[in-house]
Design a protein around this ligand. Structure first.
Ligand SMILES: C[S@@+](CC[C@H](N)C(=O)[O-])C[C@H]1O[C@@H](n2cnc3c(N)ncnc32)[C@H](O)[C@@H]1O
Length: 219
């Protein structure tokens, strides 16, 4: 049984597709999807030995070692091109996810479907995606245990770069459905703007004012 956040991430994985879960920790996500018959085969990857051992234990206890492989390594480096079709990267900072993508030459492939759940700095991830030929196909927000989370689905299509600071913060979020998230961002940005006004940073003041205008229009 997954918690509400991981269940929402799992719901975005396409049925019948081979999956990689990057930063898998206990491998709860791939074990859940494979044991329910949604995912035929998965690769659970983690940078660190401890979490990977946790993953191997969960996989063995579920009797799924023939359908879930555990691999140690940074980002997408434990994988080869073509091994999987869906890639989940959940529970890391948006800047870490962006650096994982930028380090992988084969990530820019029209057949891959990505599901990201950045814990922080989702704008850094959107900036990377929207300037590197990816399109954000969907976004969802949810509330769980007093926290707000965002899930971003993306695919690389060789799209022209989007140069728009507001788009990096707002993505495909909806003024009604994702209102709580947008109000939270508005609060954060307003505080940041006040700090920049005190510091007299005119470039940041212009940037943040533009984003806040875009945000107001969406609400
Ligand atoms: C907070 S846990 C998230 C676990 C799970 N994905 C989730 O969302 O509940 C983050 C995991 O990512 C791993 N991690 C951090 N940076 C990584 C990287 N560059 N490549 C692979 N795994 C990484 C950590 O070792 C840790 O196990």
């Amino acid at each position: 049984m997954l918690d509400k956040r991981l269940q929402a991430v799992a719901d975005k994985v396409r049925p019948g597709k081979r999956l990689a879960d990057i930063g898998t920790d206990h491998a709860y996500l791939p074990v859940n999807l494979v044991s329910r018959g949604i995912t035929p085969f998965a690769i659970a990857c983690d940078l660190r030995e401890g979490p990977l051992q946790n993953a191997c234990r969960t996989v063995a206890e579920a009797g799924l070692a023939d359908r879930i492989q555990c691999r140690l390594g940074n980002g997408l480096s434990p994988l080869s091109a073509g091994e999987v079709e869906d890639i989940v990267i959940a529970g890391m900072g948006g800047e870490t996810v962006a650096s994982i993508l930028s380090a992988c030459l084969w990530a820019k492939n029209k057949h891959l479907h990505f599901v990201f759940q950045p814990m922080t700095r989702s704008e850094d991830l959107r900036r990377y995606l929207l300037t590197e030929g990816y399109v954000i196909t969907a976004e969802t927000t949810l509330q769980h245990s007093g926290h707000l989370y965002v899930i971003i689905e993306a695919e690389w299509t060789d799209a022209p770069p989007v140069i728009d600071e507001a788009a990096y913060v707002l993505g495909r979020l909806d003024g009604t459905r994702d209102r709580e998230w947008l109000l939270w961002q508005k609060d954060l940005l307003t505080k940041r703007l006040k700090g920049m006004q005190t510091a007299g940073n005119t470039e940041e003041i212009t940037r943040l004012t533009g984003i806040l205008q875009g945000l107001e229009e969406r609400l």
